[in-house]
Design a protein around this ligand. Sequence first.
Ligand code: NDP
Length: 307
Amino acid sequence: MNLYDVIVIGGGVSGSSAAMYSARFNLNVLVFAEEPGGLITTTHLVENYPGIKSIGGFEMGQTFMEHAQETGAKFKYSRVDSVEKFENEDGVMRFRVMKGDEEFIAKTVVLATGTKHKHLGVPGEEEYANKGVSYCALCDGAFFRGKTACVVGGGDTAAIDAKILRQFVEKVYVLVRKDHMRAEPTNLKKLEDDDKVEIMYETEVESIQGDGEKVTHLILKDGSEMKMDAVFVAIGWNVKNELALQIGADVNDRGEVVVTREARTNIPGFYAAGDVTDAEFKQAIIGAAEGVYASVQAYNYITDGKD
Ligand code: NDP
């Protein structure tokens, strides 16, 4: 049987921070990193992490993992299928984490599973996924050199995706359903000043059309047609809360795991950190801090039973 002090589920900024701090507390830590480096690795440049003026998202995710590994945390690059709390034969509460039929036992668990992209839910979106419909401008932008692309969404992700795409494509349209964007003013200004980018407010996609092989045009809600080669969907995320629901952690109406400022959930020994939690502002710096809180709580719980 493998007994760990802390099992961290998630290998993004938050999970790696929890792992790095736990390892510095001399705890025996295992991280399950289904998506090594996490969502930040799909970001082009991060320019708002205090103390680091500018860093590539991929490099940042990798560096967080390396830091945890060099401090002593072990990583497995796979998903977790289930997690449960149980009382062992000595009457001690433990967590059982399953990967397929492999069992891992832990004294504490830190859930840092983050989020997954929201889908528009319009006709053509699934049919043309990877044939012009994408959720990652950084990953797929270069496939559309010299073409026309659009970003659907009005937040920071949409603004940053448009900035990435303008390097490759002829023209980028940003389709915003409201009459304003809610992106950071600095990000919005860059788009407004860019001739290659056109923001279209109060514009919604009715369906994505194609020739069977690739996207060719959009039908908008007002009935008009728009020639289009690529559609980048950037309308936010849903949290990956399946394991939290499974173990009975409280979630809010958005499905986010309810935590105290110290990363405690309603289940003693089970902590949550990063974008999966109900923290209002989903930023790398916040996720890193929540990961640190979770490791401190895990340490206290293991050493003196305090939660
Ligand atoms: P947000 O939730 O901030 O924005 C989603 C956008 O998509 C909104 O404009 C929303 O419109 C729109 N939207 C939602 N559903 C639909 C739909 N079905 N059809 C059309 N439009 C839709 O998500 P983001 O991914 O942009 O950002 C999430 C968080 O991550 C934010 O806190 C953001 O600040 C942060 N972030 C920060 C970055 C940075 O470097 N500073 C980079 C990227 C993200 P509406 O306004 O009408 O609801």
